[in-house]
Design a protein around this ligand. Structure first.
Ligand SMILES: NC(=O)c1ccc[n+]([C@@H]2O[C@H](COP(=O)([O-])OP(=O)(O)OC[C@H]3O[C@@H](n4cnc5c(N)ncnc54)[C@H](O)[C@@H]3O)[C@@H](O)[C@H]2O)c1
Length: 358
């Protein structure tokens, strides 16, 4: 959910997005350019198997800096050069399974890289708002049937989840010791659920797996059919990040702490149901349950309570499960039918905003 006041508050504002070349970053940079922000991006160059940034022609449309956030001097230099008033920090090694294969890279990027960012922000006189993205996986997963609240215990048991809870702790240390004392800066963390949307082709994520199988006309292999996830369209958490940024501009002292941006309970569905609905929208395909007994542990149940965002930001999730999946699957199908990715992405953003504002 987003308001026109929030959208209008970005006109002409310099905003730096870290992780700009990734799935969420590409959607966010596109949305920010649509609302007139002066957008800079910092990230590793897009991977060949993740073409969204290029499909959305972002290199021509934002001020993009390719670089590694594990290098302090680089991120510091980019912040000094671009003088952002807001930073939305998305850069991360974002995949649970890759975290098992490359734990050091995951911790170095998600914890060490985040320290570099916080250190550079602490020394900047331009930044007024920092929205620091972690994950729903930062919570200690107790397989509860109710949603986790922002003050629940942190702690992940795999490298990715542990790195995200560690990033939360690092943020808290910087916030309490430095950022809170600087009256010019407001800083928060944001935790969202399993995000889906057009253009994601990451490995070991269910929607990209569905798209690869549907395109190849092979069955969609589902490893963990009973695992339920809080599915949400990418525009939902992004609307939360933009709302947080705008509200920090207005009132940096009041908008503090961590914020959950999850979907409504009706969007919490098993992986198998998502795969079956995706193939229904596609118009063909089938689902094959293929348990992988050697797969690293993945949690079965994880939900977020967004009550804090609902009551203090008037933010709420907008699109139900069917609408999220339809918009996601239609995106890939329309691209395959020759539609322009940027026009399509802009049209989905417009449709989301219209649904919020009407
Ligand atoms: N997609 C989801 O379902 C989901 C859910 C919860 C949280 N998140 C978090 O949201 C953020 C964005 O997720 P995403 O799905 O867009 O991920 P993604 O993997 O598509 O993109 C990650 C981005 O981070 C950048 N990056 C990675 N390592 C880097 C490094 N060493 N230096 C500089 N940049 C680096 C990549 O280049 C890319 O731009 C991440 O912090 C992720 O952990 C994502």
């Amino acid at each position: 959910m987003i308001t026109s006041t929030v959208l209008n508050s970005f006109k002409g504002v310099p905003v730096l997005v870290t992780g700009s070349t990734g799935f969420k970053g590409s959607w966010l940079c596109t949305w920010l350019t649509e609302i007139g922000a002066q957008v800079s991006g910092f990230a590793l160059p897009p991977k060949p198997d993740a073409p969204l940034f290029d499909q959305l022609r972002l290199r021509d449309r934002i001020d993009q800096y390719d670089g590694d956030i594990r290098n302090y001097s680089l991120i510091k230099e980019v912040i000094e050069k671009t003088k952002p008033q807001a930073i939305i920090h998305l850069a991360a090694q974002s995949l649970v399974r890759h975290g098992y294969q490359k734990p050091k890279e995951t911790f170095d990027t998600n914890v060490g890289g985040s320290i570099n960012l916080l250190e550079a922000v602490r020394n900047s006189s331009d930044v007024r708002a920092l929205v620091f993205i972690t994950s729903d996986k930062c919570y200690k997963n107790k397989e509860w049937i109710w949603g986790y609240r922002e003050n629940d215990e942190l702690g992940g048991t795999d490298p990715y989840s542990a790195s995200k809870s560690a990033a939360e702790n690092v943020f808290e240390g910087y916030y309490q010791s430095f950022l809170k004392l600087n009256k010019n800066i407001g800083a928060v963390t944001a935790r969202a659920g399993n995000v889906i949307g057009g253009g994601d082709l990451s490995k070991d994520r269910i929607v990209p797996d569905c798209i690869r199988a549907l395109r190849a006309k092979t069955p969609i292999e589902v490893r963990n059919p009973v695992a339920t996830r809080p599915w949400q369209h990418v525009l939902e958490p992004l609307s939360g990040y933009l709302t947080l940024t705008a509200r920090i501009f207005e009132n940096p002292d009041k908008i503090t702490g961590p914020w959950n941006f999850g979907p409504n309970t009706e969007n919490v569905r098993p992986v198998k149901e998502l795969a079956e609905f995706a193939s229904k929208i596609w118009g063909s395909g089938s689902v094959n349950v293929q348990p992988d007994h050697f797969a690293p542990h993945e949690s079965n149940l994880l939900m977020l309570s967004s009550d804090k965002a609902k009551s203090l930001l008037a933010w709420s999730p907008l699109w139900g499960f069917e609408r999220c999946v339809e918009n996601t699957i239609n995106w890939y199908q329309k691209i395959d039918n020759g539609e322009n990715p940027l026009d399509l992405t802009r049209a989905q953003i417009t449709s989301y905003v219209e649904d919020c504002i009407t």
